[in-house]
Write a protein that binds this ligand. Structure first.
Ligand SMILES: [Zn+2]
Length: 244
């Protein structure tokens, strides 16, 4: 090709190149691209409208496999104290203590035998002491009974087995209704007044006893220590579990 014809050709190629570059220039920041610019320039869009929907993320939709943990070896149930400071107030008659009128830490004493429950003492207060259900359960009995004044019996599941829990020396005029369902911590009555008919003459205290099974036995004392095997020590429910 003769050299004099090369210049116009190069000029045309150069112009085409410039035009191509101009047309291909990215326009993302240009106001001419309507998809990325707000129609309403007078007010900024709230941030929430800019948020990406996380659920559409393919990464987050990937199922996560959680390895199975070993089955717990102890029951995770935490029992509610039947009265405030129950453990600290079991001061005179713990579970299993043998008493008779001569040796009892409570005088005068009219009973003899091995104590089937734990007594929480409240002779230091005249205010109403609410008594609470230690767990969810069914009220099997709620009435006046010799030796107790008012007494409530609730069936609870303890260590995966049915138990009858006896809440004794309650004001018989303010007991929860028989056959009702209770939740853990629900108030089921109030302690009876000190040495009144409400406690059948006993001091103001809660007698809490836990019978294994569902056969009711209201005895507060048994004459043979081997019989105590039918009851649990209530304080065992509130002993901190050993750390593994
Ligand atoms: Zn007692």
């Amino acid at each position: 090709m003769p050299p004099f014809k090369l210049y116009p050709t190069l000029a045309v190629i150069g112009m085409l190149a410039i035009v191509s570059v101009f047309l291909a220039w990215p326009k993302q920041n240009s106001p001419e691209n309507p998809s990325l610019v707000s129609d309403d320039n007078s007010s900024p869009q709230p941030y929430t409208t800019q948020a990406l929907p996380f659920t559409n993320s393919p990464l987050l939709n990937t199922p996560t496999v959680i390895p199975a943990s070993p089955a717990p070896t102890v029951s995770p149930v935490v029992f509610v104290e039947p009265v405030e400071s129950f453990v600290q107030r079991v001061m005179k008659k713990p579970f299993g203590l043998y008493v008779d009128p001569d040796n009892s830490p409570v005088q005068p004493e009219r009973f003899s035998g091995y104590h089937t429950g734990a007594d929480a003492e409240f002779t230091d207060t005249k205010v109403d002491v609410p008594v609470k259900s230690i767990a969810e359960g069914q009220v099997r009995s709620a009435r006046r009974s010799n030796g107790y004044g008012g007494v409530v019996v609730i069936e609870h599941v303890i260590n995966d087995q049915p138990h009858l829990v006896i809440y004794g020396h309650l004001d018989p005029t303010r007991l929860i209704k028989e056959n009702s369902s209770v939740t853990a911590g629900e108030t089921i009555g109030y302690l009876g007044r000190d040495k009144s008919a409400e406690t059948d003459g006993e001091r103001k205290h809660l007698h809490l006893a836990i019978l294994s099974g569902t056969k009711l036995d209201l005895r507060g004392y048994v004459s043979n220590p081997e019989e105590l095997i039918n009851w649990l020590n209530p304080l065992d429910l509130y002993t901190p579990l050993p750390t593994p």
